[in-house]
Design a protein around this ligand. Sequence first.
Ligand SMILES: [Zn+2]
Length: 126
Amino acid sequence: MSQDNPDKIAAVEKVISQKYGDEAVQNPHSNWDENKEKEYIEQMKGLYAKVKTSEEQQEKIDINGIKVSKKLFNRESLRSCSVCRNFPTKSLDDVCLTKFDCCNHCYIKYVEDREERWLKGWRPNN
Ligand SMILES: [Zn+2]
């Protein structure tokens, strides 16, 4: 704890005082024993775990500008078209994604009747 940051020290003292009473602040060493130290560490661990969990739950992915909770997606449905980056919206998209790594729209636009070129690795953006 830095002595040249009195605001921070005051804030920490306030938290300790709310938690353990004024005595702890007035004379930390007299009332601060190993059990309290342990309790404090456990509480910090619990707090950290809580924060971490809520961060994971709030983790969002951006799909065409719409934020969607990541846990709504399993790995398979996270696949998007390698050309236009759209996510499959109909079963035909899924079929094309599995076979050609692109959505049905891009299949019709770039792959249909030119499957050989596509399978050789040609892509519209390179
Ligand atoms: Zn596409």
